[in-house]
Write a protein that binds this ligand. Structure first.
Ligand code: ADP
Ligand code: MG
Length: 698
């Protein structure tokens, strides 16, 4: 399917010289490809900043504390005296002044090889004044003439993970660039001329080998071009899909209201105005001759699940089936647990399908599904795999859309004839971007919180006062309250993440005994379920968790959440986490534990959180405050689902890409015109190839 021209881009990273199985592992983590990274993943891993080594002053001219590259003569070695902890010093000079190079933990032999007396060398680093003397402590680079010729004038720095250094990434990137050829141009001539953008491969070359530091950044021409490529691929896929789905007329599902009525009777609460309104819109869509493509946006805790269930009821009343897809197994099981009793009260047959259902159970389930003996199938992405066939799927509901691509949404919709699609998300995307980001979807919002919710008392606490927190928790537990304790990813390595959670679990168990539970991403499915179930039933009262609880866990009795290393999270994520409490009518507390000193931006983030519980407001603040690098996870500052494009920098390009995509689809809906083959390459390159499949051969 994928054009051969792209083979080098999709080759395994291990095919690059210098990357063996040992390095492949940290690269897979770095590039977020657990199943093995590919060349394209590496090429799209762009620098976080760059060091400029172009300044070539004399020693006397060199400004302290800025990076310079100096041509020097080696004059004298002053080795560390035996038994001393003093550094090894080497005096170098040029015609204007002397400079002392300072090295710790080194040995004489090494130093004499690196800096032979009487020779000329180039040293790169920054000078500091020490008692009026010029020093350079640990130069970044010491090279001879041959080394100088190879020294990049501007050196990119990359986001890293444990086990990889900048050198590893740079060497791998060089090998990758060496491997890939340029591709036919898919952008229009006008846009290239207007923006002054380089070609695709030249742009990759320029971001990874910048001639000046600005070129390595997201605002540079090269990065902008790549971001535009990615945005265009995304918009083109959406437009192609949309053109297809509009062409297929819908099949109206007219409900009787019978099942919905029974479900509502079984609910311990009545629906909010926004829930009613959203349902009205959904039922109108489903009953019409057009296919539904609707986004249901609602802040955490706004009650999307029950809207999903009632939408499913409409499909089932019409004698057809519905599917609900969740992003993780925990969430799928959670939905099952919430929905099962209501479904039973209403006489619905519900099935659960995740990667864990295997063998006989799975086969029986699939047979029942095909025979129409299951009305609502809940599950993970296992739902859209081959072999899963419905008798008559009318409605596909996708929870937490930002975790899925257009791919999965389509694959699920392809399981039936003119399937209506309802996408649910808690990620507040600024209004201006909803349409462009999700494509031409209709939007419903759950703005109103369910009645009886109390504001969450949110406080920031220094980790130096952790013992006080633990002490107060003791009282809360004695009162029977339930507490989440979140341990985040500490340094982007799964093992230390886990270690931190396990250490905290041991620590809290020492205080509170068997009342403490633990759940983390590395546990087996059944273990996770057991830990969650114990917490939900109150058997354990304090649940130590890694961020697996981030999305969707619903234990209304939980009323306290402690978030460690709160300074490392982004606002949106903290808001999501905090949304795990305040779901019942008990007054809730959120303790944001930070490690001092608290940086400026992190401080503002925690303040915003204390002041507001409005996800939309917080999302806007988040955009304003977003600093590179100090938010957990390198991918957080992108558009969700995009690798290169950044919301805060490339937002305006999105609108442009959308216009271009609309025009392409209007002029050449099957991509068979002159620009067609290149645009197909673009779709493949950014893995939006589901859209290509829709086009068929050509
Ligand atoms: P989210 O939108 O985050 O997915 P959920 O659907 O999990 O939210 O709902 C959060 C909690 O609010 C659940 O415990 C749910 O039963 C409850 N809930 C939903 N709608 C209402 C309502 N209208 N009144 C009271 N509680 C509600
Ligand atoms: Mg939910």
């Amino acid at each position: 399917m994928r054009p051969d021209l792209l083979n080098p881009y999709f080759a395994s990273l291990t095919e690059l010289s210098g990357i063996g199985p040992k390095l492949a592992k940290p690269f897979a983590r770095l590039l977020d490809r657990p199943e093995g990274a590919r060349v394209v993943d590496l090429l799209m891993h762009l620098p976080s900043s760059a060091i400029d080594r172009r300044a070539r002053p004399t020693i006397a001219e060199a400004m302290p504390d800025t990076v310079v590259t100096l041509e020097v003569r080696v004059e004298q070695h002053r080795p560390t005296p035996r038994g001393s902890r003093a550094p090894y010093r080497v005096v170098v000079g040029d015609d204007t002044a002397d400079l002392t190079l300072v090295f710790f933990n080194t040995d004489r032999g090494r130093m004499e090889r690196l800096l032979p007396i009487g020779e000329t060398r180039w040293v790169s680093g920054s000078i500091a004044l020490y008692d009026g003397m010029r020093q350079m402590v640990h130069p970044d680079r010491v090279v001879d003439a041959a080394g100088l010729a190879r020294l990049p004038p501007v050196e990119p720095l990359y986001p890293l993970v444990e086990g990889l250094g900048h050198g590893h990434v740079r060497r791998a990137v060089d090998a990758a660039l060496h491997l890939v050829r340029d591709l036919p141009e898919w952008q229009g001539h006008e846009v290239l001329a207007l923006e002054g953008w380089p070609g695709f491969r030249a742009a990759l070359e320029a971001v990874h080998h910048p001639a000046d530091p600005a070129e390595a950044g997201p605002e540079g021409l090269a990065w902008r071009r790549l971001a535009y490529d990615e945005l265009l691929a995304g918009q083109l896929a959406l437009c192609l899909v949309r053109a297809r789905t509009v062409r297929d007329v819908g099949r109206p599902s007219l409900g009787t209201g019978e099942i919905a009525r029974r479900i509502e009777q079984a609910l311990p609460f009545s629906l909010t105005g926004s829930q009613h309104e959203a349902l009205r819109a959904i039922r109108t869509d489903m009953g019409s001759n057009d296919r539904m493509l609707r986004l249901l946006q609602g802040d955490v805790g706004s009650g999307k699940t029950v809207v999903a269930l009632l939408a499913a009821a409409t499909a089932i009343e019409a004698g057809r089936q519905a599917a609900l897809m969740a992003p993780t197994e925990i969430l799928a099981r959670q939905h099952m647990k919430t929905i099962a009793p209501l479904a039973e009260a209403a006489g619905l047959r519900v099935g659960l399908l995740t990667g864990r259902e295997k063998g006989k159970v799975r086969n029986e389930l699939l047979a029942a599904l095909k025979a129409g003996e299951i009305d609502l199938l809940i599950g993970t992405h296992a739902l859209f795999q081959e072999g899963v066939a419905f008798r008559d799927l009318a409605l596909a509901i996708v929870d937490e859309q930002h975790r899925f691509g257009v791919h999965q949404r389509l694959a699920l919709a392809a399981k039936g004839d003119a399937v209506d699609v309802l996408v649910m998300t808690a990620t507040p995307i600024p209004r201006t971007l909803v349409l462009t980001y999700f494509g031409d979807m209709d939007v419903s919002e759950l703005r109103e919180k369910p009645a009886g919710r109390q504001p969450i008392d949110t406080r920031a606490v220094s980790s130096e006062r952790l013992h006080e927190v633990v002490e107060r928790l003791g009282h809360a537990l004695d009162e029977g309250r339930r507490v989440y304790w979140i341990c985040p990813l500490v340094d982007e390595s799964e093992t230390s993440d886990l270690a931190a959670a396990e250490a905290r679990f041991a620590d809290l168990t020492a205080h509170f005994g068997a009342r403490v539970g633990l759940v983390h991403g590395r546990m087996k499915g059944a273990e996770k379920d057991a830990a969650m179930a114990a917490f939900a039933s109150g058997e354990t009262q304090l649940l130590v968790a890694t961020t697996v609880v981030e999305v969707g866990m619903d234990v209304p009795e939980a009323s306290i959440i402690v978030i460690e290393h709160a300074e490392r999270f982004g606002l949106a994520q903290l808001h999501q986490l905090r949304g795990r409490v305040g779901r019942g009518d008990i007054a809730s507390t959120c303790l944001l534990v930070y490690r001092p000193p608290l940086g400026e931006v992190a401080g503002q983030r925690l303040r915003a959180l204390r002041e507001s519980e409005d996800g939309f407001f917080l999302a806007e603040q988040d955009l304003k405050l977003r600093g590179e690098g100090d938010v957990l996870g390198t991918r957080q500052s992108g558009f969700p689902g995009f690798r290169l494009a950044r919301l805060e920098v490339h937002g305006a390009l999105l609108e442009k890409a959308r216009k271009d995509a609309l025009k392409v689809v209007a002029d050449d809906p099957d991509l068979i015109g002159p620009r067609g083959p290149a645009l197909r390459l673009l779709l493949h390159l950014f893995e939006r190839d589901i859209a290509v499949r829709l086009l068929g051969a050509g």
